[in-house]
Design a protein around this ligand. Structure first.
Ligand code: ATP
Ligand code: MG
Length: 263
């Protein structure tokens, strides 16, 4: 459904951040994009969502394709309309708007108010904690509730593909589990396809079928979630000894620094 082929991304004409990145997300699947701070995970999601120009970033090589259509150079609004929604890092809810108005903002590409109303109720079914806080200013919501709201807001555009940028960031372990349960349930019941960016590799690999490991703007390892999860060397944060595929091994064997993912 989503394909990135040999994508290169440069900020401010000089800062090369993504180098020859190729990845695939099959329809209906959950794919994890893992990596340490600064690897280029958020940059990759912003590229898909068309948000790079706002940060003086640019896809300088390669293609991003969704449903067989080229996304490079489309506006963020056009990309939302095609069925892609981004849940940004750090939630970024509108603090001075109510919970419900935040959800309304997520529906800005849609017209029919009755459909929108119905979907708002659906979001409250997925996130009962939000239902009792409809008219509360979002700034007063807890971190976990704000993450739920950010996901709910993305759902309001009725996406076919949801891009989630570190949904576990800053949440207590129990809440992380709850958020991941809901993400898995959304995928099962609404069939929404998910590209999940995480530093919490252990958690991400429990709901993803496939994973990519990004380091310094390159994919250094990829494979089925099971193979990544069960790989002793990955568990030990030691990428260089993985046998998840010869190519990955060659690409990473020079790599010796221990990583900071939580496994
Ligand atoms: N607007 C920008 N201009 C220049 N460089 C940028 C810009 N945004 C990000 N970068 C750089 O690009 C690299 C990748 O950043 P990115 O935010 O994609 O990483 P990340 O993998 O999401 O990290 P984190 O886990 O900390 O969120 C970093 O070195 C960062 O400093
Ligand atoms: Mg990031």
């Amino acid at each position: 459904m989503l394909t990135l082929k040999n994508v290169e991304i440069i900020y401010s004409n000089v800062i090369l951040v993504i180098k020859g990145l190729t990845l695939e997300v099959p329809e209906g699947g959950v794919v994890a994009l893992l990596g340490a701070n600064g690897a280029g995970k958020s940059t990759t999601l912003k590229a898909i969502a068309g948000l790079l120009p706002a940060e003086r970033g640019e896809i300088t090589k390669g293609v991003v394709e969704f449903d067989g259509q080229r996304l490079n150079d489309r506006t963020p609004a056009a990309i939302v309309k095609m069925g892609i929604a981004l849940v940004p890092e750090g939630r970024q809810v509108f603090e001075h708007l109510s919970t419900e108005d935040n959800l309304m903002v997520g529906a800005h590409t849609r017209k029919h108010i009755l459909d929108i109303r119905r979907d708002i109720e659906l979001v409250y079914q997925y996130f009962p904690a939000l239902a009792g806080r409809r008219s509360l200013e979002a700034g007063y919501l807890s971190g976990g509730e704000q993450q739920m709201l950010a996901i709910g807001r993305a759902l309001m555009s009725r996406p076919k593909l949801m891009l989630l940028d570190e949904p576990s960031l800053g949440l207590a372990p129990m809440l992380v589990e709850e958020i991941f349960d809901i993400i898995a349930r959304l995928n099962r019941t609404t069939k929404v396809t998910i590209l999940l960016v995480e530093q919490n590799a252990a958690m991400a690999l429990t709901i993803a079928q496939y994973g990519y490991v990004l380091e310094n703007g390159r994919i250094v390892l990829d494979g089925s979630a099971a193979s990544l999860r069960d790989n002793e060397d990955v568990k030990e944060f030691y990428l260089g000894l993985s046998d998840v595929g010869r190519r990955s091994y060659r690409d990473v064997k020079h790599y010796r620094r221990r990583e900071r993912w939580i496994l």
